[in-house]
Design a protein around this ligand. Structure first.
Ligand SMILES: [Zn+2]
Length: 601
């Protein structure tokens, strides 16, 4: 078996960031976008009825554009990730986003035109191929079209958003760039950027360092709080005004619709989590005891636990490949085969070298029907889990590769299903393979801590955002009020189990300032538990479940989330049972953790 640690990008476009093939492709796509804009503006549904050939031709072009932009985007972003000094790659990334931005006008028009199709003609349309297969996403677009204002009004909103909504999003970044956090080390004070301080805050192994830094961190954000408060208020204000213009009464509706789920499902999920929180608090308290403290602070929750020195098990990249493919194989032959292909055909960039951006991701190549995975592999068990996580994303794309583009665009709440599932398969196996009890505790700790973040931290973000939007509907919410709402939400979400909170979290957390979508929080918890529930079922049913699992993934963009669960898992997401089965997975881990650490405090 070859164990190349570098991906093959030449098979996508030859010539690196100066690729001529890429430039001519971008030119083609640009022309095609302009063509589709004309085509959709001139489209008259009633004249196209009953065959709808013109619509079929439009959808075909739309698909070519979408696939082409993804293919080129994966290539260009990939080159830049693997070498952040490749300025030409950065330039191409920018060029592509400019070209792609023209598609938003096409999409708006498309939705508005679908709305204009008379009801009886619409029924013929969605019952006829090639539209039949995409009836759900088409219906969804038609409903969105019904909510939109006139073409001209939507264009005005879009144009004003550039300096309104998006302007405030950019403003946030500018203020964050000016944040400095003092940090004392060996009697010397240095000033850290927000990003550097965040890394130290979650990564430092010394509880005293974290406690001191958390205090300075809070002060640093508080100093700029009036600027952040203005930014957040205007960003949310712009959004609420737009909802008002479109006659959208409930600010929670757009994110729920985007995630194709009911509010009832969301409420049941949070309620079931809340019922199980006392056990999670037991975990947090044990973790505190292991650190020699009564209670954890905000930053301790995800910090590595102190269990003394141990020699962790390390993996060569070749061992990691074998480990992942073998364990995938215990559940699904197809997953194993795809992972093997990914390694053999150079889908993965894993080399530990200078000049790479941090983090990991998987990006799709819909034209090549492949994926590219970016990460830095240094041999830890966590790296092996990350590799599995990203291969899980690749598997999701793999099982969808022959579907129309409309049926491939799944929402955020199910985007992490396949990745979390694959990661669980492997991380449970790495816990089993741990070289010592200390390592086993550390691996369990990082697994449960992640769940604690999903159950408590993300819950506090949701509670905050909901209360903030409620208050914002009645006027500006000043920085003191924001911090009060935030701290109360944190105390509630953590069952008041921490000794120090982070009241200015509303300023330090980028997610509250994302312009594309609001409530960039509950889909994380949803996705995590949805995947865990599926994993629990897979453990019970073994390989016989692998086909159901595959079919579920294929359908993730073809129905509502409730329908997806009903069809493939035979569960009702508005009821607590499924959620409880998912949470039970974590409770089992907590029991093991508590038993393993009982005589270490
Ligand atoms: Zn992921």
């Amino acid at each position: 078996m070859t164990a190349s640690q570098n991906w093959n990008m030449d098979s996508v476009f030859s010539g690196g960031s100066h690729s001529e093939a890429l430039q001519s492709r971008i030119k083609e796509l640009d022309t095609l976008i302009k063509e589709t804009l004309t085509q959709i503006s001139e489209w008259q549904p009633s004249k196209d009825h009953p065959e709808f050939n013109e619509l079929a031709s439009f959808l075909k072009k739309r698909e070519t554009i979408g696939n082409g932009l993804s293919e080129a985007g994966t290539f260009a972003r990939g080159l830049f990730s693997a070498n952040t000094k490749d300025l030409q790659a950065a330039k191409v990334v920018n060029q592509l986003s400019t070209v792609a931005s023209q598609m938003s006008e096409v999409e708006t028009l498309f939705m508005k035109k679908l709305k204009d199709v008379p009801e009886n003609e619409w029924e013929t349309l969605v019952a006829t191929e090639p539209f039949k297969q995409s009836a759900f996403p088409l219906q969804e677009k038609r409903e969105k079209g019904q909510k939109l204002l006139s073409e001209k009004e939507e264009k005005i909103i879009q144009k004003l958003s550039l300096d309104g909504l998006n302007g405030f999003g950019n403003m946030y970044q500018t203020i964050v760039n000016s944040v400095n956090v003092p940090f004392e080390e060996d009697g010397k004070i240095t000033y850290l950027s927000a990003g550097q301080a965040a890394n130290k805050l979650t990564g430092s192994e010394d509880p005293a360092v974290r406690a001191r830094l958390l205090k300075d961190w809070e002060i640093a954000w508080k100093e700029k709080a009036p600027l952040f408060s203005d930014t957040l208020n205007h960003l949310a204000g712009f959004r609420l005004q737009t909802y008002d213009l479109r006659d959208e009464k409930d600010f929670l509706n757009p994110p729920l619709e985007y995630n194709r789920m009911k509010e009832e499902t969301l409420n049941t999920m949070w309620d079931t989590i809340t019922d199980n929180k006392p056990k999670v608090v037991e975990f947090l308290n044990r973790k505190a005891a292991l650190m020699g403290k009564d209670k954890l602070n905000w930053a301790d929750v995800t910090a590595p636990v102190s269990v003394g020195d141990y020699e962790p098990k390390t993996y060569s990249f070749e061992e990691a490949q074998n480990f992942v493919t073998t364990h995938f194989g215990t559940f699904s032959q197809e997953m194993q085969d795809m992972a093997q292909r990914a390694f053999d055909e150079g889908w993965v960039e894993a080399e530990d070298k200078e000049g790479k951006r941090p983090g990991a991701y998987c990006s799709n190549l819909p034209e090549s029907k492949q994926s590219r995975i970016f990460m830095t592999f240094s041999g830890s068990a966590n790296n092996v889990s990350t590799l599995a996580h990203e291969l899980g994303h690749a598997y999701h794309s793999h099982v969808m590769r022959d579907l129309p583009a409309l049926n491939r665009s799944y929402a955020m709440n199910v985007a992490e299903t396949a990745s979390t599932f694959a990661e669980m398969l492997i991380s449970d196996a790495t816990v089993e393979a741990a070289a010592s009890e200390e390592e086993k505790i550390a691996l369990l700790d990082s697994k449960i801590s992640r769940a604690a973040i999903m159950f408590m931290n993300i819950h506090s973000r949701f509670l905050f955002e909901k209360r903030f939007y409620e208050a914002r509907q009645n006027g500006l919410v000043n920085e003191e009020e924001l911090s009060t709402i935030m701290e109360e939400a944190q105390k509630e979400a953590f069952l008041d189990s921490l000794d120090t909170y982070h009241p200015t979290f509303w300023a330090s957390k980028l997610h509250f300032y994302i312009t594309g979508i609001s409530f960039y929080n509950f889909p994380y918890t949803f996705g995590f538990l949805f995947s865990l529930g599926i994993y629990s079922k897979a453990k019970q049913e073994g390989q016989s479940f692998s086909d159901d699992y595959r079919n579920l993934l294929r359908d993730t963009a073809s129905m509502t989330t409730e329908e997806l669960a009903e069809k493939h898992l035979a569960v009702d997401l508005t009821q607590p049972d499924f959620w409880q089965s998912a949470i039970d997975e974590i409770l089992t881990d907590i029991d093991e953790y508590l038993a393993l650490t009982a005589d270490r405090i």
